[in-house]
Design a protein. Structure first.
Length: 273
C-alpha cells in the first residue's frame, strides 16, 4: 500500500496533507483546496492545525502567489485537527469561516444542510451528516461527483462516533443519506478528512453501514454475556462500556480502547433509545 501524501484530484481539488499524523488522525488531516478551472478564487475546507509549512502549502495550492485569493473557508466540523487555524487563516486573507456551529464561524454567514456555496464558478452543496459530531457536514462537488466527508467517512478504517456529542442514530441516518446519493449516481468518490481518496463511494458506504450493524450485534451479544456472569454487586453504569469494549474490541490494540469506548457509549445509548 502506497503512503498517502495528498495531491490533485479531478479538475478542481488539491489535498494538502497536514503534518499531524497520530493514531487518531491517520496520516494527518486532509485540507482540501477547491477551485474551478481557470478561476482565481478558491475554497479551503478544514485548514487544520496552525502549522506554518502546512498553511504555506495551502496558500500555494490556492495560487495565492499567482494572483489567486481565498473566497471562503468551510469547516466539516469543529474538531481542532480540522478547525484550529481557520479563523487566523481567514483573517489573514480577508475572508470568512463558515461552519454549522456559530462558535467556529468568522463573519455573519453560517452553514447548514441544503446550502449552496458558490465561489468563482465552483458549486459546493452542503449535506448535513451529523453523528460523528453534532455539527458534522459533508460537501458535495457535483462537477466532480465527489463528496468531502470530514470524519464521517475516512479513507481507511472507520470513524469514532464521539459520544455524547456524536449520536449513533444520527450517524446511521447520515450514512444512509450518503448511500442514497451514491446509489442515484450523484456521487462516485469520497474525499475524506483523513486517509486516501475512495474511488468507490457506494462500496465504501455499503461497508460502513454493514460494519456498524455488525458492531451493534456484537454489543448486544456482549451485554448478554455480561448479564449471564455472576455480578453480586452488579456492574456500575460507568464501568459497563469498558467491559463491553474488552469483549467486542479484544482484537484491537488497547491503545485504541479509549476511542472505542466513546463509540460503545454511543451504541449503548442507541440501543436504550
Amino acid at each position: 500500500m502506497n503512503a498517502w501524501v495528498g495531491g490533485s484530484f479531478g479538475e478542481r481539488a488539491q489535498c494538502v496533507l497536514a503534518d499531524n499524523a497520530n493514531i487518531m488522525t491517520l496520516d494527518g488531516t486532509n485540507t482540501w483546496v477547491l477551485r474551478e478551472p481557470g478561476a482565481k478564487r478558491a475554497v479551503v475546507v478544514d485548514p487544520g492545525p496552525p502549522d506554518a509549512p502546512h498553511l504555506a502549502a495551502i496558500e500555494a495550492a490556492a495560487g495565492l502567489g499567482d494572483g489567486g485569493s481565498i473566497g471562503t473557508v468551510l469547516l466539516t466540523h469543529h474538531h481542532y485537527d480540522h478547525s484550529e487555524s481557520a479563523k487566523e487563516f481567514a483573517e489573514r486573507w480577508g475572508c470568512g469561516v463558515r461552519a454549522l456551529d456559530p462558535e467556529y464561524r468568522l463573519g455573519s454567514e453560517g452553514l447548514g444542510d441544503g446550502d449552496v456555496v458558490e465561489v468563482g464558478g465552483l458549486e459546493v452543496r452542503v449535506i448535513g451528516t451529523p453523528g460523528h459530531t453534532a455539527d458534522s457536514l459533508s460537501f458535495l462537488v457535483p462537477a466532480e461527483g465527489a463528496v468531502l466527508t470530514g470524519d464521517t467517512v475516512l479513507g481507511r478504517g472507520t470513524t469514532v462516533v464521539a459520544h455524547p456529542d456524536g449520536q449513533l442514530g444520527a450517524y446511521l441516518d447520515s450514512l444512509d443519506r450518503l448511500h442514497q446519493l451514491a446509489a442515484r449516481h450523484e456521487l462516485a468518490s469520497i474525499w475524506p478528512g483523513h486517509g486516501p481518496v475512495i474511488e468507490d463511494a457506494l462500496g465504501a458506504l455499503d461497508y460502513y453501514i454493514s460494519h456498524r450493524q455488525q458492531r451493534l450485534e456484537q454489543v448486544r451479544a456482549a451485554l448478554d454475556t455480561l448479564a449471564g456472569q455472576p455480578h453480586p454487586e452488579g456492574i456500575a453504569e460507568d464501568d459497563l462500556p469498558r467491559q463491553v469494549v474488552e469483549i467486542v474490541y479484544s482484537d484491537v490494540d488497547p491503545v485504541l480502547w479509549g476511542a472505542a469506548e466513546l463509540s460503545v457509549r454511543a451504541q449503548l445509548a442507541y440501543l436504550r433509545a
